[in-house]
Write a protein that binds this ligand. Structure first.
Ligand code: SAM
Length: 244
């Protein structure tokens, strides 16, 4: 329950500061109401709509089986929703890189589907961080049972922590973001990344799925956008030599 109150406090601080108390209170009521509506058996069945990946790989990355505690926490952070495989492949195909020199990083990996999908590429390493313990445990189990004849990177590390405190590996990076953070958190991550790049300049590509805060990335003078679609944007550090 402590985690719940601290998530609610953080959420309230940010929203009441940005939008005022009345509008934060109204958003809170709307969020809680949508949580109640989404808890009906019918809505739960709809969340199983993303099961193809599960059948194919014998894992459990669907949002349909996420327990109510993790869903409630998701209201104050970012609700878990796995990336659709076809879209993930499209985003990876848009990166003109030699994968084996890059580390793949997903901030907010949920039940770990992206980490498994990234293992189909010859990344040097795959690292993810997730804030919600239940999702982190599910991801660890998925990594344990996942076997694929097409797997090309077996080094997967799933860390349970706040993405805002993550220290980036000092290798070239593909950073994957599917809206894990509100604006303040995203800005903190970008400051951490910029600091890390000042210490160790290296190429970084960012695949940003469902780019609700695209203007925050676009406003970073050290990044340039190389692709924009309604579903995702791709950025790279300005000094990144192609194909590095
Ligand atoms: C939309 S889901 C994306 C899941 C996964 N990246 C994917 O694409 O399949 C966002 C995830 O971010 C996680 N999250 C939210 N705030 C976070 C934080 N501060 N640190 C780490 N993870 C966070 C949520 O728990 C959720 O699992």
């Amino acid at each position: 329950m402590n985690q719940f109150w601290s998530a609610l406090r953080g959420w309230w601080r940010e929203h009441s500061r940005e939008n005022g108390i009345a509008s934060a209170a109204s958003l809170l009521v709307r969020n809680l109401w949508s949580f109640v509506r989404e808890s009906t058996p019918e809505q739960r069945r709809q969340r199983y709509g993303d099961m193809d990946y599960e059948w194919e790989h014998r894992v459990n990355t669907t949002s349909g089986t996420v327990g109510w505690r993790a869903r409630l926490l998701g209201l104050f952070h970012s609700p878990y929703q796995p990336t659709e495989p076809g879209l993930f492949r499209e985003m990876m195909a848009s990166l003109p890189i030699e994968f084996d020199t890059f580390t793949f990083v997903d901030l907010g990996f949920g039940k770990g589907r992206t980490l498994l999908m990234a293992s189909e590429y010859p990344f040097r390493k795959i690292v993810g961080v997730e804030l919600i313990a239940e999702l982190h445990h599910a991801a660890e189990e998925n990594i344990r049972v996942y076997h694929s004849p097409t797997e090309r990177c077996a080094q997967i590390e799933a860390v349970w922590m706040d993405a805002c405190d993550f220290i980036f590996p000092k290798t070239p990076l593909v950073l994957y973001l599917f809206n894990p953070l509100p604006d303040a958190g995203l800005r903190r991550v970008l400051r951490n990344l910029e600091w890390s790049l000042e210490q160790s300049p290296r190429p970084v590509w960012i695949a940003y799925h469902n780019p609700l805060l695209d203007s925050t990335l676009a406003g970073s003078p050290w990044l340039e956008r190389t692709r924009v679609t309604p579903q995702y944007s791709v950025y790279r550090t300005k000094s990144a030599p192609e194909g590095c």
